[in-house]
Write a protein that binds this ligand. Structure first.
Ligand SMILES: C=C(O[C@@H]1C=C(C(=O)O)C=C[C@H]1O)C(=O)O
Length: 172
């Protein structure tokens, strides 16, 4: 099964682009995006779209250079007040899943609620891109969306998290 949205795009450091005013605080949010969404809506829901064991695609190798072998690609859709708001795609290396066992059983628990409990959580620089969705899928209309990505690590266990912001976010 291919990813709902491909992350193969021209990613750039967030401070090199003029970001849309309404989305800028979301794209640059340094803390948990889940927590930000929950703070901005009455009804938050996370739907697990897929968790697929696969190889890291070559265009993501620079993000996780020390990783070889299989990863789990986790895809979720987070909705606010019954409107899809953020599609997230995370790449969880098997080596990181062995170190952080909870990553193997998140289900519909938001990844951020697990990650941001660690005082030694590290986050690399936030990159942004405009992603193209060629056709509607998983309740997301075809179109062009702003996205961000960064690499988190806990005790040297890295994982890549990317988030695609849907139009409803601009209304929050
Ligand atoms: C990393 C976070 O976790 C969020 C939840 C995710 C999930 O459950 O798969 C993925 C990306 C984030 O939007 C966060 O809250 O910042």
């Amino acid at each position: 099964m291919t990813a709902v949205i491909s992350l193969n795009a021209p990613w750039l450091a967030a401070d090199t682009l003029r970001l849309p005013e309404k989305l800028q605080p979301w794209l640059l949010e340094p803390a948990s995006l889940t927590a930000r969404l929950k703070a901005h809506c009455q009804q938050f829901r996370l739907a697990l779209l897929a968790e697929t064991t696969t190889e890291l695609p070559d265009f993501l190798w620079p993000c996780l250079p020390a990783i070889s072998g299989a990863c789990v690609r986790r895809e979720v859709l987070m909705s606010c007040n019954q409107q899809p708001a953020v599609y997230a795609q995370s790449w969880l290396p098997e080596s990181s899943r062995r170190q952080l066992h909870q990553l193997t059983a998140l289900g519909e628990q938001p990844l951020g609620e697990f990650l941001f409990q660690f005082p030694d959580l590290c986050r690399g620089p936030i990159e942004v891109a405009r992603l193209q969705l060629a056709e509607a899928t998983a309740g997301i209309a075809a179109g062009e969306y702003w996205a961000r990505r960064s690499v988190f690590s806990v005790a040297d266990a890295p994982l890549l998290v990317a988030e695609v912001f849907l139009p409803a976010v601009e209304l929050l």
